[in-house]
Design a protein. Structure first.
Length: 163
C-alpha cells in the first residue's frame, strides 16, 4: 500500500444504509473522504429504465469513475459508496470492502421515508430488480471483506487504515 492511496468500497442494495455507515466511519476518523457512485450518473437522456441486458447498470459513467477515483492519487483515505461500488471491475483497487445488508422491507421503508411514496414505488418497480440481479449474479456480499448492517460497529481494521 506504500505509495498509493487507500480505498474502501461500500456497497449494498438501495437504502441499505451505505451512506450512513460511511458517515460513521468519517466521523470517527480524520482524513477520510466519501465519493458517491451516484455522482457518476450519466445525463437523464442517456439513462435506461427497468431490466437491461447488462448486470451492472449502464446508467453510470464507470469509465469516468475509474479514471477520476481509482486511477488518481488522493491525499486522504477514500471511501467509494454506492450500489455497484464492489462490481468485479473495481475489486482490484480496494484495500477493504464492505457489503451493507438490510432486509427488503426495511429498505423500502427507508426509501419511502427518504424520498416519499411515489419515488419509492418507482424505485421498487424500475431499479430494485436491477440491484437484486446484480447481487444474485456478481455476489459482492460474498467477496466483501466485511458484511455489516448500518447499525454495526466499525471494524477495528478500518479504524487502523487511516493511521
Amino acid at each position: 500500500m506504500i505509495g498509493r492511496q487507500k480505498l474502501i468500497g461500500i456497497d449494498g442494495l438501495g437504502a441499505s444504509g451505505k451512506t450512513e455507515l460511511a458517515k460513521k466511519i468519517v466521523a470517527k476518523l480524520d482524513g477520510y473522504i466519501i465519493i458517491h457512485t451516484d455522482d457518476y450518473y450519466k445525463p437523464l437522456d442517456q439513462r435506461t429504465v427497468g431490466l437491461v441486458p447488462e448486470i451492472i447498470s449502464p446508467d453510470f459513467d464507470w469509465d469516468r469513475l475509474e479514471q477520476e477515483v481509482f486511477q488518481q492519487k488522493h491525499d486522504r483515505v477514500a471511501i467509494v459508496v454506492g450500489v455497484y461500488a464492489l462490481q468485479k471491475r473495481f475489486q482490484k483497487y480496494y484495500d477493504f470492502t464492505i457489503w451493507v445488508d438490510a432486509p427488503r422491507e426495511v429498505r423500502i421503508e427507508r426509501m419511502i421515508k427518504r424520498e416519499g411514496e411515489d419515488v419509492a414505488k418507482e424505485w421498487e418497480e424500475k431499479w430494485l430488480p436491477r440491484e437484486e440481479r446484480y447481487l444474485k449474479l456478481e455476489r459482492p456480499d460474498k467477496t466483501a471483506t466485511f458484511v455489516l448492517t448500518s447499525e454495526d460497529q466499525i471494524p477495528r481494521q478500518l479504524l487502523e487504515l487511516g493511521r
